[in-house]
Design a protein around this ligand. Structure first.
Ligand code: ZN
Length: 173
């Protein structure tokens, strides 16, 4: 659900006179002038390639799109670089250390958590690791699979943003 349907009271004065201005993307309170901007949160995704240039896909353990293929990644914390967020997420989810991280593409996305829609900007990087010895599925991941880009069944990818990223990768490499 869009924040404009959830944010009913002004955090500044507590009155119900806060309104969302669609074009500018911010809330404004008519009583006290409080403003709150809805910005895209930064998120990162990794296309991790092995020596045969197979992509490491993860299998989602939880909704949305549980049991479908995904790319590993997650949200950047405040005051964290995208590269550091990527390295942290890949360590948490797969116990892998990234040895190279190269920017590939970005994609705006929506993510609904606990009934509230978050707007994200997904930054995708092409990554390598020195070895996969420690590779294991942890955190929100129930498994993984190495696939050549051309052999990926797009219907097995659950999130539209990840489908777009893989389609873009297929046409670039
Ligand atoms: Zn107010």
């Amino acid at each position: 659900m869009h924040p404009k349907h959830r944010f009913q009271y002004c955090p500044g004065c507590g009155k119900d006179t806060i309104h969302y201005h669609q074009d500018e993307g911010f809330f404004l309170c008519d009583s006290c002038g409080f403003q709150f901007f809805i910005n895209a949160a930064s998120a990162v995704a990794a296309i991790i390639l092995n020596d045969e240039n197979r992509i490491l896909f993860t299998k989602r353990a939880k909704p949305p799109a549980a049991d479908t293929l995904d790319l590993p990644g997650g949200f950047a914390d405040i005051n964290e670089s995208a590269e550091d967020a990527l390295k942290r997420e890949i360590k948490e989810e797969l116990d892998l250390e990234l040895s190279s991280v190269e920017y590939f593409t970005s994609q705006p996305n929506h993510y609904t958590y606990n009934g509230l829609t978050y707007f994200t900007l997904d930054l995708t990087y092409i990554c390598r690791v020195d070895n996969f010895d420690n590779l294991k599925a942890r955190d929100d991941i129930k498994g993984y699979e190495f696939l050549q880009a051309h052999e990926v069944n797009m219907d097995s990818i659950g999130l539209d943003s990840i489908k777009l990223i893989i389609a873009r990768y297929k046409s670039s490499y």
